[in-house]
Design a protein around this ligand. Structure first.
Ligand SMILES: CC(C)(COP(=O)(O)OP(=O)(O)OC[C@H]1O[C@@H](n2cnc3c(N)ncnc32)[C@H](O)[C@@H]1OP(=O)(O)O)[C@@H](O)C(=O)NCCC(=O)NCCS
Length: 145
């Protein structure tokens, strides 16, 4: 699989929103409302201008197929991700999150909604370890050198 990560840009706004508003993505998200394009563009502008965030687009053979977001605080980096509906079930999620983890140092965590078996598998494949399972949230962590 020829997968690469590149930084996201405003030109990715529409595809990111299409992926985010997909019903399966909304079901897997802690914030499940349909997001409007204007609101999404405002959010994306703020994220791209904020040094605490890294937003990558995964490309498979030159086609955008997913996204990984890393938000870094003083203590840890929190990861989230989604795969384009048309690219699911091909191993993209596992590969792109593993690639993102290799670009990060320090404590890394991810929160996965209970029942999201695909993302639980992805977190484990990337090296994250389940440290807490309460109510509807699975918390995964790892520490890189
Ligand atoms: C969950 C999601 C990221 C999976 O992406 P993907 O590229 O299809 O996943 P992969 O092909 O890399 O598969 C990962 C593993 O999960 C399994 N899997 C994938 N989707 C699954 C599903 N719906 N139910 C059960 N298992 C699933 C795969 O079989 C694979 O398991 P394996 O390691 O035993 O082979 C994708 O469906 C998605 O973007 N969903 C909506 C957003 C989301 O869940 N974001 C995560 C928030 S942290």
């Amino acid at each position: 699989m020829s997968l690469l990560l590149r930084p996201a840009a405003m030109a990715d706004a529409k595809r990111l929103l299409d992926w985010r508003n997909d019903p399966h993505t909304r079901e897997a998200s802690f914030q499940s409302d349909v997001i409007r394009f204007d609101d999404h563009c405002g959010w994306l502008e703020r994220v791209l201008a904020n040094d605490s965030y890294q937003l990558w687009i995964a490309e498979l053979d030159g086609q955008p197929v997913g996204h990984v977001r890393a938000c870094t605080s003083d203590v840890e980096t929190t990861l989230s991700w989604m795969v384009a509906p048309s690219a699911r079930g091909k191993g993209v999620g596992k590969q792109m999150v593993k690639m993102a983890v290799k670009l990060l140092s320090g404590k890394i965590r991810a929160e996965v909604k209970s029942g999201n078996a695909g993302s639980a598998r992805i977190a484990e494949f990337a090296g994250l370890v389940l440290v807490n399972a309460e109510r509807d949230v699975l918390v995964y962590e790892m520490t890189n050198e």
